[in-house]
Design a protein around this ligand. Structure first.
Ligand code: NAI
Length: 766
């Protein structure tokens, strides 16, 4: 024990360990079975869960089998209808009871999480557990309000939820609280490295008197997860690696399951010369070294404006040298243990590769066991592995930039789009960056801010769907299913040679690309509606996507401008009403004009929201267009179906590549003439006629198509979902015919599916 004078001289921390006793006592309940139908099952084949800081075995948990999953899904299936039928108020009381019980066990949860995951107690105690509790309170509120706030919407039913090891309890709360509030029952599989806090939560479900089967927890590894994906569930919500996310996308294709994916990230942390550099250094500490860098949204690409790069790196290094690495249970530890030796090996490997590719490594301290000192990589290029691959360790790679434009280019030079952190005291610079960075969450002069009422989730290969707030609730609700007949597959098309078509056939029809009429690339056509239409193919899709990208200004123009254009389209359609009616019917032509008016009305009204989250912040949930969308328009009502899919998408700022009804494309091509005379900028709407299934495949596979709607037969829907796994675009597919004349033709889903939420955190009133 140092004397007071010595302590004052060294200003060092003394040990301040939290006792593990509370958790070790609880662990004596093991070995653990699953939690199914309100009770723990007998343990089956078990595996060890280990304390990564010491290597000590904490408990044995059961490796879930397909039968275990089936039993859990069966229990959930049985419990769900009654749970859904409970008044929202009754569900709210259950969620509130869970929140209260969790709050009473906060210390146990925190210590257990530290033992199982290796994260510092400060983080588990001050961030993870209180946020998890907050999620249950927040969603108790949503359960209460659901009838008022989401009228007409219904839960999915049984949700399979798979979570990773980096925030075991918090991820559980993010998944279970909204699902339950919305009236779903769940089967959750925690990560194999960190199953314990989920088992403690299961015990609380029992203690809280939650109806049996509403929450089921099945432990196990990736095979157990795969069994859950394959099981009879109505929705899968997954957080984890992009690679597994892709596999889940493929496995669920065509199975009619709703899907949300929260995947990896390689988030930029951008520091401008005008930033408060000390605050930004602390930001890096929070963003990268927080939780040993095991945060999917960690700002692991540090982009610093050249003029301040040297002093910034110096301050950073000074701070790194003083970060405390060690016993995760010690309250003054900054960096704890990496979750597992496998993860540690991965970190070492990527750092070694980065150095081999020319990076300089600064890492005070030595790598020992599962402890990885903070690391800074400098002198690397944008192609270096440390700039491209998710590391999931306390490692940051730093590059410099000169101009804001270069910062944007570097920031967006990634397959991912989860989060970004922007540091500048200049509000114009900061907000301009927020607008341009492609990420689901942007923090200005801050980082890693989370709240139950703030939507969180990614774009591009970081996945789709949001968790938190209103957008998060929508992910656990749906509009009542469309009940029309299943669509039938389109007939196979035979290509007619372009110039050698039968004499006398009207050959005036063309594709519509970039505002101009084009022949199909191969020059072929196909017969439909008594005439010939161009047989579009992959090259035509490519050209159309390119043209749509060039029309990017459509996305940044005002909603008012877009509304005017849409109103003008409606006016011109009305002028050609008889032509349009001749291709459809009087009723359809009338309805189509009205539908354009309807979406014109929305063009300047799909507002974002300002969410109430934490003090001193504005949390803006902005609704951003996806960018370029692919649309497979329905067969039924070829004119109205085309208008009903194209108009909401463009009203909200997207540019589209649309494939009209294969057997009746004439009305859509007639609409292109209307668009031409209605001030629609070239490239905003592109129309490719031809074989629907093949064109859907091309759109699904195209990396520059950000979202896809498929109103087609089941086989085409399945194919599109499967093939979208490449860039993980969000796909909305529906294989039953809609009644486009009624409310089904314009329900809220079109609005919701035309945009994605970008959450921007701005300091306010601090
Ligand atoms: P992972 O994606 O394999 O595991 C996440 C969860 O998915 C676990 O519960 C796991 O059991 C389950 N799982 C694994 N294979 C599955 C399958 N085929 N079907 C269904 N579920 C399956 O992640 P892992 O292996 O733990 O970590 C690998 C890398 O993934 C990390 O180094 C990191 O880069 C990234 N990662 C990203 C996370 C994020 O929050 N975005 C979280 C965890 C890991």
């Amino acid at each position: 024990m140092p004397t007071v004078t010595e302590a004052l001289n060294t200003m060092d921390y003394g040990p301040a360990p939290e006792s593990p006793a509370i958790a070790t006592e609880w662990l004596a309940r093991g070995p653990f079975g699953h939690f199914i139908n309100g009770a723990f099952t007998k343990p089956g084949d078990t595996f060890d869960t280990v304390n990564p800081a010491t290597g000590a075995v904490l408990a044995q948990v059961t490796q879930g089998t397909a039968d275990d999953i089936a039993a859990a899904v069966k229990a959930a299936r049985k419990a769900q209808p009654r749970w859904e039928k409970l008044p929202g108020h009754a569900r709210a009381r259950h969620l509130y009871a869970l929140a209260r019980l969790m709050q009473k066990r906060e210390r146990l949860f925190a210590v257990l999480e530290v033992l199982d995951n290796g994260k510092p107690i400060r983080e588990a105690r001050d961030i993870d557990v209180p946020l998890a509790v907050r999620h249950f309170y927040h969603h108790a509120g949503w359960a209460e309000l659901i009838g008022d706030e989401f009228p007409g919407m219904v839960p999915h039913g049984v949700c399979g939820q798979i979570i990773p090891w980096n925030f075991p309890l918090l991820m559980l709360a993010w998944k279970i609280a909204p699902a339950l509030a919305a009236g779903n029952a769940v089967v959750l599989k925690p990560a194999e490295y960190t199953p314990l806090s989920a088992l403690l939560f299961a015990q609380l479900c029992h203690e809280a008197g939650l109806p049996k089967g509403v929450v089921n927890i099945v432990t196990g590894d990736g095979d157990t997860g795969a069994a859950l994906v394959a099981a009879d569930v109505d929705k899968i919500a997954f957080t984890g690696s992009t690679e597994v996310g892709r596999r889940i996308r493929q496995a669920t294709a065509g199975r009619g399951k709703a899907l949300t994916l929260e995947l990896g990230g390689k988030s930029p942390f951008i520091v401008f010369a005008g930033a408060d550099l000390d605050a930004a250094v602390e930001g890096v500490v929070d963003a990268i070294w927080f939780n040993q860098g095991e945060v999917c949204c960690a700002g692991s690409r540090l982009l610093v404006q050249e003029s301040v790069a040297v002093p910034f790196a110096e301050r950073l290094k000074a701070r790194m040298a003083r970060l405390r690495l060690g016993d995760p249970l010690d309250k003054s530890t900054d960096i704890g243990a990496v979750v597992h030796p496998v993860q540690m090996a991965r970190i070492r490997e990527i750092v070694a590769q980065a150095v081999a590719q020319g990076a300089d490594l600064y890492q005070p301290g030595t790598v020992e066991g599962n402890f990885c000192p903070p690391a800074l990589l400098t002198g690397l290029g944008a192609a270096n592995v440390a700039m491209q691959e998710e590391i999931f360790g306390p490692v940051v790679a730093m590059m410099t930039f000169r101009t804001p434009a270069e910062a944007v280019a570097l920031a967006n030079n990634t397959r991912y789009g989860l989060a970004a952190s922007v540091w500048s005291e200049n509000i114009t610079t900061a907000l301009d960056m927020a607008a341009q960075v492609r990420a689901g969450v942007v923090w200005i002069n801050g980082t890693n801010l989370f709240d139950a009422n703030a939507p969180f989730g990614g774009m591009r290969e970081s996945g789709f769907g949001r968790e938190g707030g209103r957008a998060g609730m929508l992910a656990y609700l749906r509009n009542p299913a469309v009940t029309g007949k299943p669509r039938t597959p389109p007939p196979a098309l035979s290509a007619l040679p372009g110039d050698a078509g039968p004499a006398g056939i009207d050959r005036t029809h063309k594709l519509y690309i970039g505002g101009a009429q084009k022949r199909a690339d191969g020059g072929h056509s196909y017969a439909a509606q008594g005439t010939q239409f161009p047989l579009g193919g992959r090259k035509d899709i490519r050209n159309a996507v390119e043209a749509a990208h060039k029309a990017a200004r459509w996305g940044t123009t005002t909603g008012h401008n877009r509304a005017q254009v849409l109103f003008f389209i409606a006016e011109n359609m009305a002028a050609r009403r008889d032509d349009l009616a001749a291709m459809s019917s009087d009723a359809e032509a009338e309805a189509a004009v009205a539908r354009v008016f309807y979406w014109a009305a929305w063009a300047d009204k799909q507002d974002g929201r300002v969410h109430a989250t934490r003090a001193s912040h504005l949390t803006l949930a902005l609704t951003e267009a996806h960018g370029v969308m692919g649309l497979i328009c329905p067969d039924e009502s070829p004119l109205l179906g085309f208008v009903s899919t194209v108009m909401p998408a463009i009203a909200l700022g997207n540019r589209v590549v649309a494939v009209p009804a294969q057997a009746a494309p004439r009305a859509a091509l007639e609409m292109c003439r209307v668009l031409d005379s209605s001030d629609v900028p070239g490239g905003v709407v592109n129309v490719i006629t031809g074989p629907r299934t093949d064109l859907a495949r091309c759109l699904a596979q195209h990396d520059d198509v950000a979202a896809l709607w498929v109103f087609a037969d089941a086989a085409t829907c399945t194919l599109a979902e499967h093939e979208s796994a490449g860039n993980l675009k969000s796909v909305w597919s529906e294989c039953r015919a809609r009644d486009w004349h009624g409310n089904e033709g314009k329900d809220g889903e079109f609005l919701h599916r035309s945009v994605q939420v970008k959450t921007v955190w701005v300091p306010y009133g601090a």
